[in-house]
Ligand binder design. Structure first.
Ligand code: ZL4
Ligand code: CA
Ligand code: ZN
Length: 393
């Protein structure tokens, strides 16, 4: 019934491979690929598909995956036999390598297909930005920011973001990477530590002894030596539990406006991890879909070509809400769609909920205690401003 018409002169593309959802990390593993299906069904229920170019991208090839990863690692990923999920967390099979086969990065059935589809969709999005067919390209199946050159980490095996940014760098002089997942975007940061053509900015919960991956302190801005052009090009925004929309939006806009003024990116890669939302199974922030989406809206308004990636997000109904709402922001329709989720999605039956934008009380009952003091946020902004003074105009 809903059908949003295509805007003239502004192109948004949606890169989605429906075969990703068939993959399972294992019972009770937090990462649930079917959240992508839930997202897509909500996007379609609102008729947003009519306002975008929809692509079913092919899987990335071996050569595409090895633009970042080593051949050894991708060879192993492509050929290793699936293993039952280990129950003993600390003692995964000693024959396994590359940090594979533990409880975070299990060797599930179809793993290589899953990874190459995620990478393929993000690379397809990057190509549409490079050839200017899209102003915004959306790849919710990507955003797997922890994967390293030769190692899996934190539910991530292939770093589709790095592969997509390498593609953007063929055409664009400078790319800004922004990461609003509740975890530190360590894999992307590490990949570009030695170049001044990529600046990385991650907002995340930071509590090194307790919270994964334990990196991303305020003072970590890339190796500082005279010979490293990448020095000062890694920005970290460490946060505590309970941060609110108001605080997060203020930090995001204050920091990103300064970064953009100084770095003058020609393209933006935005990782939209939805585990920074209130009510997430792993994250403990108090962000609403509106607050999370305000970051996306702010980036869109910069008028710089942009890829939007997925990432974390462990309460599937909230992930779908956020990514559907952010798809609406991309096409400029978020103020026009009703918060009441269309009847035929059977959201009422499945989740006993009917709104796209629930209040914090509807999500949590009681919000998390906010452990972010105004003083701490001021100090963060102060430190970032000082770092940016080292970045050449
Ligand atoms: C699980 O229930 O902090 C994996 C992982 C599997 C099923 C059964 C096994 C039970 C929570 C997490 C034992 C699980 C123990 N199952 C996991 C140091 C850790 C070692 C592993 O959003 N145990 C590791 C990774 C993080 C650690 C977060 C975020 C990705 C992203 C982008 C990655 N790893 C302690 C935890 C479960 C599980 C339940 C889990 N793992 C929660 N946090 C982690 O940034 C996509
Ligand atoms: Ca982050
Ligand atoms: Zn995360």
């Amino acid at each position: 019934e809903y059908r949003i018409t295509k805007p003239q002169g502004y192109n948004v593309s949606f890169h989605y491979n429906p075969a990703m959802e068939k993959h399972h990390f294992g019972q009770t593993h937090p990462m649930k690929p079917w959240r992508l299906t839930l997202t897509k069904s909500l996007v379609n229920a609102y008729g947003m598909n009519y306002a975008m170019d929809n692509y079913h991208p092919r899987a990335a090839t071996f050569d595409e995956l090895t633009t970042f990863h080593t051949k050894d690692y991708i060879d192993f990923l492509a050929t290793v036999a699936p293993q039952p999920t280990p129950l003993d967390v600390d003692n995964p099979n000693p024959d396994l390598k590359f940090n594979l086969g533990g409880s975070d990065c299990p060797l599930f059935e179809g793993l290589y297909n899953y990874c190459s589809m995620s990478g393929g969709a993000s690379l397809d999005a990057a190509r549409k930005i490079c050839n200017k067919q899209s102003d915004i390209a959306i790849a919710w199946g990507g955003g797997l920011h922890h994967a390293k050159k030769t190692e899996a980490s934190g539910f991530c095996y292939v770093n589709d973001i790095v592969i997509a940014i390498l593609q953007l760098l063929r055409v664009h002089a400078r790319v800004l990477y922004i990461d609003i997942d509740v975890h530190h975007g360590d894999g992307v940061e590490e990949a570009f530590l030695s170049t001044d053509r990529v600046m990385t900015v991650s907002f995340h919960k930071y509590d090194p002894q307790v919270f994964f991956p334990g990196t991303g302190a305020l003072e970590d801005n890339g190796p500082k030596n005279e010979l490293n052009p990448g020095a000062h090009h890694a920005i970290n925004v460490p946060l505590n539990d309970g941060i609110t929309d108001e605080q997060y939006e203020w930090l995001f806009q204050t920091i990103i406006s300064q970064v953009v003024a100084k770095f003058r990116p020609e393209a933006i890669a935005l990782q939209c991890g939805a585990d920074s939302l209130a009510g997430d199974r792993l994250g403990k922030f108090n962000l609403l879909v509106e607050g999370h989406g305000a970051c996306v809206e702010y980036c869109k308004k910069l008028g710089i070509p942009m890829i939007m990636f997925g990432g974390g997000g462990y309460t599937p109904r909230n992930v779908a809400r956020a990514w559907a709402y952010e798809t609406a922001i991309a096409i400029g329709q978020h103020k026009n769609i009703p918060s009441e989720i269309p009847e035929h999605t059977s959201w009422r039956d499945r989740f006993r909920q009917t709104t796209l934008l629930p209040s914090i009380e509807e999500i949590l009952g009681e919000p998390r205690t906010n452990k972010n003091t105004p003083k701490k946020l001021q100090d963060i902004v102060q430190h970032v401003s000082e770092q940016l003074r080292f970045v050449e105009q």
